[in-house]
Design a binder for this molecule. Sequence first.
Ligand code: C2O
Ligand code: CU
Length: 513
Amino acid sequence: MRREAAPVIPTLDPNSLARFVDPLPLPVVVRPQGERAVPGKSGERVPFYRVSMRAIASKLHRDLPPTKLWSYGGSVPGVTFETQSGKGLLVEWVNELPTEHFLPIDHSLHGAERGTPDVRGIVHLHGGKTPPDSDGYPEDWYVPGQSRTYYYPNQQDPALLWYHDHAMGINRLNVYAGLLGLHVIRDQAEQQLQLPGGKYEVPLVLFDRHLRPDGQLSYPVSADSDHPWISEMLGEVPLVNGKIFPYLEVEPRKYRFRVLNGANGRFYRLSLPQGVEVHQIGTDQGLLPAPVAVTHLQLAPAERADLVIDFAPHRGTRIVLSDDAFTLMEFRVSAAPVSDPSALPATLRSVPRIAESTAVQTRWLTLDEQLKGVAQSMRMLLNKTPWHMPITEKPVLNTTEIWELVNLTDDVHPIHLHLVRFQILDRRRFDAFQYMSTGTLRYTEPARLPDPNEMGWKDTARVNGQTVTRIIVPFEGYAGRYVWHCHNLEHEDNEMMRPYEVLVAGGTARNGA
Ligand code: C2O
Ligand code: CU
């Protein structure tokens, strides 16, 4: 088989850019436009927001011309929602995007066939316990000029959620273009912990991109012009809150950082110089039971980490946050001492481990990769089943299940389930070659417990190569149709996503909202 070389697109070398010349931008908190009644819930009035998806131009670095991006509400990351646990909200998501896409669509992917509008959007609140008709089902996309109003009940624990595009077949391109933002849920109990707050609480949204020398986004393509899809998007240019190599001026005291890996496919491994103490206090779905000291922080796409860093011992110094592959940003600690009334409590909240005996069903679900030729990835699958096949996973509302995620590939796949939060039980390596050739499972090591900083509630789990990762999932909230998928967006767009349906006990699914 002849393989052409992938077209060479000239890219910007980030090392040609001056470091730490732009202050870290902070996404603006969006204000409601009054209150509205929740449809179907007579009497309940909640804050109403209107956020539009639209093209913008944004300076990613002092020395680059503005870059064309797509945004929610005017910036990338988009506007931030500041919300309270138990207090719902309505958001009208308006598609005001241009009618032409500026990134290379692969029309051979399911859902992106020729004839489908190039520009389509649909918003999903990642980590939200959301009724199915507001969850952003990938096929429910809509085109420029249209909008949808979604209801987010927020009946869930405080956490850093994020919203992003989920349109079938072009999700990776839409998110890459900039369609992502934060949604913070808070409550009284968290407030009482006296964690660093206000201007001492800072979101850090990480993603990477390829840029052309003129600063415009470029998205790589394969050698096959009929199938431009690539299996992995790793950019050369690291951004934090949409800036390249920003700096943040901090006082010598404790700060809370809400970190999101918003990259398409990059796994970060973050570190600070020796001697700078970092405590992780929370994960995807809120606070951990107790702070965990971390030296290197792994974050897969879509994972979040809540960190406390104390700059008090580092007055007057500059501290660089890096990843194994990148320099990310600089903290500039001011010299004069300050008082710090904030706390880092020894315990944060109780997160009881779910007993395996409570599970009513255990599902064996494989993660598969289909190759074309020796090493060229053709598509990824969950349980060897493409998206359009009938729904096979139908948990019953208010029951608990164990999902055994059996990774037959060599790659780590971050697996995410909509609607629910879960706990990681364990991970165990097995002989994948033997399993694929004979069907017999042979574990090659004892099961390993999750890392200490994974012992909270999660909604995305790293499923390592040739490893069975077991998660335990209480299906709570709503009956109806949802999805689960790999959060490597290139994989997700090429079949590594499946619908699942939550059933009401003893009946068929209906909207439980
Ligand atoms: Cu970040 Cu289907 O989600
Ligand atoms: Cu994957």
